[in-house]
Design a protein around this ligand. Structure first.
Ligand code: PLP
Length: 355
């Protein structure tokens, strides 16, 4: 019996998913993508669980996220891919963050910082191979690679990686998949022709890791699958969902139960009237609309009393809705739903999967 709402994060599930993904990568490495507070699961705890289970890299977007991991004591290579010349390059260099670069102005700024420090800084160049959402566009590759080589020769940077991001690895026969792989091959050839020798090539996200062997290269960047959500709807990859969002009933009567869970905690407002929660072992509908701090469940004849548990989402083992189901009803994807579970909802991390 408990009345507060919480997100329970099963770190044992994250460890299990890491092992599934690492197995798919074979001898190549796995990166745990823990941006957006580990897709809502807690970035530091998620990274730690994944690294202990075999992830050799951690991936984030911002300088803040990268520095947070180092400050927490994480010692594996960290790639940050949404930094720019305006970021605190001194702090990033000090923390040994590998920076992703897509523009010459960013590369120039990193080289200048390296000169000040008298050490070479590690860089992965991101090539846009067709997603058109960041990365050096093809027309800029010759100049960018040329400058990268010059800075490398001057001892200012080490181009240790070359990478890109797939638009659609969920459908293995999607034409963009072959086109992006061909463009990535061109980028590799051009980089090598410019004298670069990036040791770590990477292209695949979760879906790529699990079902596109030709996209695996040296490193796979796993996000959603790490948290147990199948990257391809309906396909069983033996992943375990890591998050459960639950709450205790704070008020019951008249066939209704009030739960202290609302859109202020990340339950989409539009789920009112369309989604269900699990209570007393059965699914009961949310009466719309979801408020900021609470929602109301139509419990019918169930003998619900204060403190009884209701589950908004979880692995589905007990019949509760999954993140995939709730996201679909909300008209979004599980990524948005899970990252929307805000810090207002306390997280409780379980070290091992509890049966
Ligand atoms: C650059 C990059 N790589 C990998 C991932 C992980 O993608 P997924 O969640 O599909 O595994 C993301 C997340 O969106 C990303 O932005």
């Amino acid at each position: 019996m408990a009345t507060s709402a919480e997100a329970i994060v099963d770190l044992g599930a994250i460890a299990h998913n890491t092992r599934v993904l690492k197995r798919a990568m074979g001898d190549a490495a796995l990166m745990a993508v823990v941006k957006a507070d580990g897709f809502g699961h807690g970035a530091v705890a998620a990274a730690r669980a994944a690294v202990e289970a075999g992830a050799g890299w951690v991936g984030v977007t911002s300088a803040f996220e990268a520095l947070e991991q180092r400050a927490a004591g994480l010692d594996v290579p960290i790639l940050a891919w949404m930094c720019g010349p305006q970021d605190d390059l001194a702090a990033l260099a000090e923390a040994r963050i590998t920076l992703s670069v897509a523009t010459l102005s960013h590369l120039d700024a990193i080289a200048a910082e390296a000169e000040r420090r008298g050490v070479a800084l590690d860089v992965h160049i991101k090539a846009d191979t067709g997603l058109s959402r960041g990365g050096a566009v093809r027309s800029t590759w010759p100049e960018l690679f040329g400058w990268a080589r010059k800075y490398e020769s001057a001892g200012q940077v080490r181009i240790t990686g070359l990478w890109s991001h797939l638009a659609n690895a969920e459908e293995t026969d999607h034409p963009s998949l072959a086109a992006q792989q061909a463009a990535f091959a061109d980028a590799i050839d051009l980089a090598r022709a410019a004298g670069l020798a990036p040791a770590t090539l990477h292209l695949a996200n979760s879906a790529g890791i699990l079902q596109v062997p030709t996209a695996r290269f040296d490193l796979g960047r796993a996000g959603i699958a790490l948290y147990g959500v199948p990257p391809v709807p309906g396909v069983d990859f033996d992943l375990r969902p890591a998050m459960t969002v639950r709450a205790g009933v704070v008020q019951a009567g008249d066939g209704r139960a009030v739960l202290p869970l609302g859109f202020g905690y990340g339950v989409p407002r539009r789920l009112g009237g369309v989604a269900e929660v699990l209570i007393h072992g059965v699914r009961r509908p949310i009466m719309g609309p979801v408020a900021m701090d609470h929602l109301v469940v139509d419990v019918g004849e169930l003998p619900v009393t204060e403190g009884d548990e209701a589950v908004f989402l979880g692995p589905g083992d007990r019949g509760e809705p999954t993140a995939v189901e709730q996201a679909e009803l909300a008209g979004t994807n599980p990524h948005e739903l899970l990252t929307g579970i805000g810090v207002r909802l306390p997280r409780r991390h379980l070290l091992h999967t509890e049966a």
